[in-house]
Each structure stands twice: as C-alpha cells, then as structure tokens.
Write a protein that binds this ligand. Structure first.
Ligand SMILES: Nc1nc2c(c(=O)[nH]1)N[C@H]1C(S)=C(S)[C@@H](COP(=O)(O)OP(=O)(O)OC[C@H]3O[C@@H](n4cnc5c(=O)[nH]c(N)nc54)[C@H](O)[C@@H]3O)O[C@H]1N2
Ligand SMILES: Nc1nc2c(c(=O)[nH]1)N[C@H]1C(S)=C(S)[C@@H](COP(=O)(O)OP(=O)(O)OC[C@H]3O[C@@H](n4cnc5c(=O)[nH]c(N)nc54)[C@H](O)[C@@H]3O)O[C@H]1N2
Ligand code: SF4
Ligand SMILES: [Mo]
Length: 713
C-alpha cells in the first residue's frame, strides 16, 4: 500500500502524518512518528484529512448559479464568467468596488500565502478583509506598537517555562493557537512534572483548566483590567525587575504611571476576581524563575482586546520574561514571515480608513465587521462585487444575518471554495480547489509561531487531475484576466507573467524565502529531511528584530494610554442584572464552520448547546435540554440548554460555526447536524477600537425559555 508523508492542515499544531492510499483512494491517516515536532501525535480530528478528500459533497468542478440553482461547468467558462463580472464592476465603479474576503484556511495553504497574496494584494482595492479581524488582529496591533511589526507576536516557550499563565485560551481543545506545539497535553503534563505551574484564567472551567494547578473565573471582557492590576501590584511591591532585558525596554515609567489607577481593589468588582487573588496571581508570576503569560482568542474577542495583548506582554517584559528561555519568545523561522509580509504589503497600520465607519486598516486589511455596511451603503467606493477565498463569513462574522443579506445584494460574487455552503451559495460562480492532500505544503505562517524552530516541506501526497486546479492557480488566472481587462497589461506581457509566476509557483516563491532566510535553506535541502527538520529551541532575538524607531520595546504606546480612561469608566458601569454575557467555545472534533460534513467527527452528543450555570438556569426557569432564546441588540437565536457548573454564574457559552439549515447548501452531513449560528446574535457594532477586531465576547444578551417566549406572543 503506498504511503505518503504529509502535514495535517486542520489546525495550527501542523502534525506530521502518513497518508495510506489504495488505488488512488485514501484509506487511512496516522501520525508520523519520525516528525521531530509532532513525534507521531495526532488528535481525533485528523480523520478529517481523509474524509474531506473523499467527501462526495466536496466540489470537483466549478459551479455557475443560474437563478437559485447551480450547474457544473468547465473551468474556462467559469473563470471567464467570474472575471467578466468583476471586470464589469471595476470598469463601472472603480477598483474599491471589488472586495476580497480571505478566511482562516488561508493560513494553512502555501499557495494562498504566496502567489495568492501576491495576486490579491495587487488588485488595487482597499476593500481587503480576512479572518484576522475575527481572530488575532489585537495581537497584531499590539505587536505593531510595542515591537514595530504586526507579525512579531511572541509565543510562550512552553517546553522550558516554570509558570504558564493562560488567559482566554483552551489549548487542550484548540491544540494551541499562535503557538505551534503539537501534543499540548504531553507538554502541559511535562511542565507540571518538572515542578512548574499552569494557571488558567477563563469564565469557563475548561478542559485545560481541568489539568491546570489553578483556575480563576474572570468576567468576560475584564482581562485588560485584571492584567493591568497585576502590573500595578508588581510596581507597588517593587517586584517589577526586568533585569538584563531592561536595556531593551522603553517607557517603563509611563507604564507605572498608566497602571496607577488599576489597583486590585479598583478592578475587583468588574473582573469578578477578589483583590487578594489578584495580588497572589501577580506575586506567583513574578516569583517564578521562568514565566510566560499567554493570551489568545478569548481575550481577542473583547472590546479592549488590544489592551489585553499589551498588558500581557508588558507583564512578561517587566518581570524579565520577554525574549528569554522559558518566557515569551520569538521564533526564528526558516522562511521569514515578516520578510514575506513586507513584500506583499501585509505590514503596517492606519494607512487608510474604511469608508463608512472610518476604521483604520491593519496589515493592509479593513475590519470584517465593516463588510456588510460597506456593501449596503451607497456612494463612491461602495462594494458591489466580492471574491471570497477559503472563508465562510455568513457563519463566522458578527451579525451573520446582516452579512447574508448584504451578500445577496451583490452584483457579482465569486467564491474559491470546495463547498456549496452558507456563504458560497450567494456566489454567482464557485471555483473549487484541490483537497489539502493534493498540494505541496510548508507552514509559512505557523512556523513563525513555533515553540521550537522547525521547517518541513512535503510534496503533494496525491496527484492533481488535469481537470483540477490549485487555489493559487485559480486566483492567478482570475487576477491576470482582471488586469487584462483594466488595460493594465496587454496580451503578450500577460502571457509572460502567467508563465513566469505560474512556473515559479508557491514552491518557487518559498524557495526564494528559504534561501534568503536565516538558515540558508532551500527546497532541495529540505527534501533531505522529508519528516521535517528540527532547527532547535527558540533563541533570544532582541534587539535585532525590533522595528520601533528607537529599537526598543515600547511599554506604554500613546494610542493605548489614550484608551485607558474608557477602560476605567467601564469598570464603574453596572451591567443590567437581567442580562448575561455570551462567550464562545471550541470542540476537539470540530473546526470553525467547515468540518461538520465529516460523519466520523459529528458522531455523539449534539454540541451546539448553550452552557449555563445551574443558578442562572434556575432563575430563567430552564432545565437541561430546554430550548432557550438568546437575544441581543443585533438579533436572536435558539439553542438547547446544557446546565453545568463549569460556567461562571452570569455567563453563557455557545460554539460558533453552526447554523447549517440554510436553503440551497450542499453539505448533507452538516445539514443533519444543523445547530444554530451564534453569529445570528453577535453584533457587528461591537469591536475592539484599537484593532477593529470583532468583540464577540463582550456581548450582553437576554435569555428566556422558548416556551415562555412563545406564550407571551
Ligand atoms: N478543535 C478545534 N481546534 C481549533 C479550532 C476549532 O474550531 N476546533 N479553531 C481554530 C482557531 S480558528 C483558533 S483562532 C484557535 C483558538 O484557540 P484558543 O484561543 O485556544 O481558542 P478557544 O478554545 O476558543 O479558547 C478560548 C477560551 O477563551 C475563553 N473566553 C471567552 N471569553 C473570555 C474572556 O472574556 N476572558 C477570558 N479570560 N477568557 C474568555 C473561552 O471560554 C475559551 O475557553 O483554535 C484553533 N483550533
Ligand atoms: N462567535 C464567534 N465567531 C467566530 C469565532 C468565535 O470564537 N466566536 N472565531 C473566529 C475565528 S478565530 C476565526 S479564524 C473565524 C473563521 O472564519 P472563516 O475563515 O470565515 O470560516 P471557516 O469556518 O474557517 O471557513 C473556512 C471556509 O474555507 C473553506 N476551505 C477550507 N479549506 C480550504 C482551502 O484549502 N482552500 C479554499 N479555497 N477553501 C477552503 C471551507 O469550505 C469554508 O467555506 O471564525 C471566527 N468567528
Ligand atoms: S492536532 Fe489534530 S487537527 Fe491539529 S494538526 Fe494535529 S492532527 Fe491535525
Ligand atoms: Mo481563528
């Protein structure tokens, strides 16, 4: 039986896998014991690599929509129809009238990160959107201000730390994010076995909290105040001792001044954490030999999200735990992400603003929370056509109902996606790429956030048929057809460009990046280590990587200080006791919105439930399994209730990515487990001002029993 080495592209752990094939069919996937990073580990989700490839619902040919129904067509017809519509809109309304949305799987796709970015970012439209502003944009803004580049996001040196403070992350389920570290369970238990401590701060007692030494409930959205109060304690008790790191730090006095008002007592009520507990959290962090404060998506989904990233990294810095072994460090990737980002225009902040709400760009993109209004609002620059690539904003963006209606109003929409789903059903044409097993892979993005330096290239495990296309080939073809329409290119140079970029391809671009990278690698050299190349533990990188003007870490960026009065005011504001906070959660056998079509992963209990604390359930008259209606200013949705004391009282939790009941989709398994989209309730008005990120977790909702609501009507 032929076996092929590959990388699992389903999450950020990027585990090495072995794909077993029989007569062109994938018959099994298992962990690769010789991969130096993952050492044979895989999680239950890995079967998705096989099931996605074999899924009969996965599109193998382009679809064109005629009225409400889609029909299969040839690539030539599909691409020329796709390009013609985009060209028409550009010719009539200008370049900004054509928007692009790139979703999360872009991060796991070499072709989309290389040729794809080169094409998309030269379309000349300001209306570029991506899942970054549903995810890590606050980290990017904080990194931009503190270290000088949006992609200098530090990662916890989890294998050498003695004290890991996890805030708003559940790595046992997510398998780690902006921290490429396969087999989190082993790493956390090794950390504890060497005498280290794991502390989790989360409004839910999560799977990760269950294996930690300490878990602290925090009120959703209050993490910035909590971390600033910890910094306050360290200054007040003279425990802020950066040591040798001090020579790379600027604005430490301004930071001390900034946290003056954030005493543990001042924030106790708003955070739900007793003042004495805050003091002990701070002391324990400072007392550890090597400590790392790690903040992730739960803190990014807040109104003051960027302030959380800032406070976390400032906490690391003032205790000397930034850029040192066992603290928060930067990896040294073989293909430098920052070098690539600079070349495709994905660096920087604030160079232009969105038309309607005036929100600044970040990394060349506008906040996705603005997409619907930019489509709806008439005037010059209004979006009239959209390309979606590897994204499902109807289920993933806040106020999905509004996004849905906006998509339906577009003059032209093109989706590069392997499924006819909640978003792509609005497209006029769907262009499906090959499956992940049919493309070569190197983790350009994730390797930049590894907890060890690591490089691995795998060629495609399975061949691509003559009738199939890579994502990057689709985008390149579209891009070139568009430029031709602009008159920007005449036919002859166009053919040369197509041939040139096409020949270079993702692998060629990667090879250039590897050769110019710090290890002088190349694709040829990487071929000698097909299981992956371990490049060693993380190494200190200061001050070399700093891009701030004075080449120092900025501990008190002005833009952040300017937000503090608003944060302080929010501490005083009393919440409506009739409302609850609604937060998100992830499931080990699920992945955002698009893995729900794998039967093997969907088996078992329904997971699209609303978790409630017993006290809240009793007050609301809800029993386990009852239907509850959740209502916000943006909309409402109904979920079955699951009662559990793992929730903090006053907080409810629902997963995102469900809501597969929409008419006209073609995902049979997902439709049978439809669930509800929590983003029918979330509000696109709620954002983190500093980054434009969606503030899903700052949502206040009313919850009532469905039968009661029905009776009242
Ligand atoms: N199995 C699986 N793995 C995944 C994904 C998936 O859907 N399923 N998705 C992938 C993606 S796209 C990402 S971005 C990563 C994310 O990876 P993680 O950041 O680990 O994401 P979550 O598991 O959602 O954990 C977020 C935690 O934040 C908590 N939280 C919510 N609001 C707050 C708050 O206000 N304060 C604090 N302190 N905590 C809060 C939630 O209860 C939750 O436990 O996971 C990736 N991996
Ligand atoms: N309420 C709430 N909403 C959230 C979150 C939350 O915690 N709470 N989390 C947010 C986060 S962190 C993220 S990252 C976003 C994700 O948001 P999105 O990226 O918009 O959504 P996904 O569900 O990841 O959808 C991925 C799409 O890409 C397609 N796809 C998969 N692989 C490929 C490929 O290789 N090529 C192409 N062309 N298409 C592919 C799938 O079929 C699917 O349509 O959701 C966000 N939304
Ligand atoms: S942890 Fe699971 S989903 Fe993530 S890369 Fe590894 S096998 Fe794939
Ligand atoms: Mo994400």
């Amino acid at each position: 039986m032929p076996r092929h080495l590959a990388t699992c592209t389903l999450c950020e752990a990027a585990c090495g896998i072995v794909v077993e094939e029989e007569d062109g069919k994938v018959v099994g996937v298992r962990g690769d014991p010789h991969d130096p990073a993952s050492r044979g580990y895989v999680c239950p989700k890995v079967v998705g690599m096989q099931d996605l490839h074999e899924d009969p619902d996965r599109l193998r040919a382009p679809l064109i929509r005629r009225g409400a129904s889609f029909t299969e067509t040839t690539w030539e017809e599909a691409l020329s129809f796709a390009a013609e519509g985009l060209r028409r809109v550009r010719a009539q309304h200008g370049r900004d009238a054509v928007a692009v949305y790139q979703g999360n799987p872009t991060a796991h796709n070499l072709g989309l990160l290389t040729v794809g970015q080169a094409v998309i970012r030269t379309l000349g439209t300001r209306n570029l959107y991506s899942a970054s502003t549903l995810d890590q944009a606050p980290h990017m803004r904080a990194a931009h201000e503190m270290f000088g580049h949006v992609f200098y996001i530090p990662v916890p040196d989890i294998d050498r730390t003695e004290h890991l403070l996890i805030v708003g992350a559940n790595p046992l389920v997510s398998n780690g994010s902006i921290m490429t570290a396969p087999d989190m369970k082993r790493r956390l238990s090794e950390l504890r076995a060497r005498g280290g401590r794991v502390v989790v701060i989360d409004p839910r007692r999560t799977e990760t909290a269950a294996v930690a030494d300490e878990h602290v409930f925090v009120r959703p959205g209050a993490d910035a105040a909590l971390l600033l109060a910890m910094i306050h304690v360290l200054f007040a008790e003279q425990r802020a001792r950066p040591g040798l790191l001090g020579r790379h730090l600027a604005q430490i006095d301004e930071l001390r001044e900034a946290v003056r008002d954030f005493s543990p007592r001042a924030v106790a009520r708003a955070t739900g954490v007793e003042a004495s507990r805050i003091v002990s959290l701070a002391r324990a962090f400072a007392a550890a030999d090597r400590a790392a404060c790690y903040v992730r998506v739960g803190t990014c989904h807040q109104r003051h999200a960027t302030l959380v990233s800032w406070a976390a990294w400032a906490l690391n810095a003032i205790t000397g735990n930034l850029d040192r072994e066992g603290g928060s460090m930067w990896s040294t990737p073989a293909a430098d992400l920052v070098w690539i980002a600079d070349r495709v225009g994905a660096s920087g902040y604030g160079r232009f603003k969105s038309r309607v709400r005036g929100l600044p760009e970040l990394g060349g993109e506008l906040p996705i929370a603005c997409l619907a209004e930019e489509i709806e609002t008439p005037g010059a620059g209004q979006i009239r056509a959209l390309i979606t690539s590897a994204g499902n904003p109807v289920l993933s963006a806040p106020n999905g109902r509004r996004v849905e209606a906006a998509l339906a109003s577009l003059e032209h929409m093109v989706s590069v996606d392997g499924y006819l789903n909640e978003t792509t059903r609005h497209a006029h044409v769907i262009l499906p790429p090959v499956s992940p097993l049919q493309r070569g892979h190197y983790d350009v993005l994730l390797a930049a956030f590894g907890v060890r330096n690591h490089a691995k290239y795998v060629p495609a495990a399975l061949p691509k048929g003559a009738h199939e296309r890579h994502d990057w080939e689709i985008l390149l073809d579209l891009g070139l057809r568009l430029r031709l329409g602009d008159g920007a290119l005449s036919r002859a140079p166009l053919a040369a460009l197509r041939a040139g970029l096409g020949r270079l391809g993702p692998e060629g671009m990667l090879d250039v990046a590897l050769r110019t990278g710090p290890y002088g690698l190349s694709l040829k050299k990487l071929a000698e280590t097909p299981h992956g190349l371990d490049l060693g533990a993380l190494k200190p990188r200061l001050p070399a990587i700093l891009r701030t003007r004075d080449r120092k870490v900025h501990l008190a960026p002005k833009a952040f200080l300017a937000e503090l009065p608003e944060l302080r005011a929010s501490l005083e504001r009393a919440d409506d006791p009739g409302e609850l906070s609604l937060i998100g959660r992830r499931h080990l056998r699920s992945n955002n919105s698009w893995m729900h079509n794998c039967e093997r992963l969907m088996k078992g209990r329904a997971r699209c439930t609303l978790l409630l604390h017993p006290k809240d359930a009793a007050r609301l008259g809800l029993a386990d399994g009852d239907l509850a209606i959740v209502t916000s200013a943006a909309g409402s949705a109904t979920f079955p209730v699951e009662i559990t004391d793992e929730m903090m009282p006053g907080v409810a939790s629902a997963p995102h990515g469900f809501g597969h009941h929409r008419e006209g989709t073609r995902m049979h398994v997902a439709e049978a487990h439809a669930g509800t989209s929590v983003n029918d309730v979330t509000d696109d008005a709620l954002i983190d001002r500093l980054s434009g990120n969606a503030a899903f977790s700052s949502l206040r909702v009313r919850i009532e029993a469905a039968r009661k609501a029905a009776a009242a009507e």
